[in-house]
Design a binder for this molecule. Structure first.
Ligand SMILES: [Zn+2]
Length: 296
């Protein structure tokens, strides 16, 4: 046992698509090469975005690709008690506060739009909600305390001022659903995840998750953000192209391995995985690329 614990954590809005298979394969390879444990966690906290049966389909697709989890699969929809305890701990320390703002309130307050399309929360309810509480937010450290420096094994050094990029962010939504960021941090800590290997589209969540880890007093894992799937012409896939559910098997695995920069030939699933495993350590050593900065 190396102490390495990795995980693949898909959102079950549909079955695995090309991009999520890359994340599954990359996280599996990294766990195997480190002689660690590879866990699968279904991230279905967002009840409106979860499709019925998609979780089962994902588990079948993983099995058909030879990617078998070590240990029991977790469903975030069954973890509400743990998230409630974490929020309670933050409230007791004065690190979470109730917010009564509606979307329109934020528009009216002139809250700036962050690159992701969300509004940067202007801190309206920091000193007390003005109406009926709707959501719970994390109280960020003031000023430079909200600056997070972190390192991705592929993207290099990163720096983000979370107060400028998102502000005090939501932990529990007005509809009662738990926020993705809180669920991920609580579960990574509970599962003792040492290494988070996931798609680059989630890199923008890392600084928020690290601030939550600090607030909850849990360790920060290592991070590796994998390349995204691009169209033949190198541009980002459209929503419909990107959302197509993959037919699991050696061909889909080969495609995923090539996105990771591995040279594999189609054969059986076992052959593809063996070739990919043999190349993974060298591939990993070629990273990180030059440092770059995320949204600020
Ligand atoms: Zn508010």
């Amino acid at each position: 046992m190396s102490g390495y614990v990795g995980r693949f954590a898909p959102s079950p809005s549909a079955g695995l698509h090309a991009g999520s298979l890359v994340a599954a394969l990359g996280s599996w390879l990294d766990a195997r090469v480190h002689r660690g444990v590879w866990l699968v966690r279904i991230e279905d906290v967002d009840s409106r975005r979860s499709a019925r049966g998609a979780d089962r389909l994902i588990l079948q697709q993983l099995a058909a690709c030879g990617l078998h989890p070590d240990g029991t699969v977790w469903w975030q929809s069954r973890r509400g008690e743990a998230y409630a305890q974490a929020l309670q701990r933050l409230r007791e320390q004065g690190l979470a506060y109730a917010c009564s703002c509606s979307r329109r309130d934020l528009e009216r307050a002139g809250a700036t739009l962050a690159p992701g399309g969300e509004r940067v929360y202007p801190g309206t309810c920091r000193e007390g909600a003005r109406g009926a509480p709707r959501a719970w937010r994390l109280r960020l450290p003031d000023g430079a305390g909200a600056e997070v420096r972190w390192r991705c094994a592929r993207l290099g050094e990163q720096c983000e001022r979370v107060d400028r990029s998102v502000g005090d962010f939501v932990l529990q939504r007005a509809d009662g659903d738990w926020a993705y960021q809180l669920a991920v941090v609580v579960d990574d800590a509970a599962q003792q995840v040492s290494d988070v290997v996931r798609g680059e589209d989630l890199a923008s969540s890392t600084a928020r998750q690290m601030l939550l880890q600090r607030a909850l007093g849990v360790p920060t894992p290592n991070y590796l953000h994998l390349p995204l799937v691009r169209g033949a012409d190198g541009r980002k896939l459209s929503k419909s192209e990107g959302a197509a559910v993959v037919q699991p098997g050696p061909r889909a695995l080969c495609d995923a391995a090539r996105v990771l920069g591995l040279q594999v030939d189609a054969g059986s699933v076992e052959q593809v995985l063996r070739q990919a495993l043999a190349q993974w350590p060298a591939r990993r050593r070629q990273w990180p690329s030059a440092p770059r900065e995320t949204a600020r």
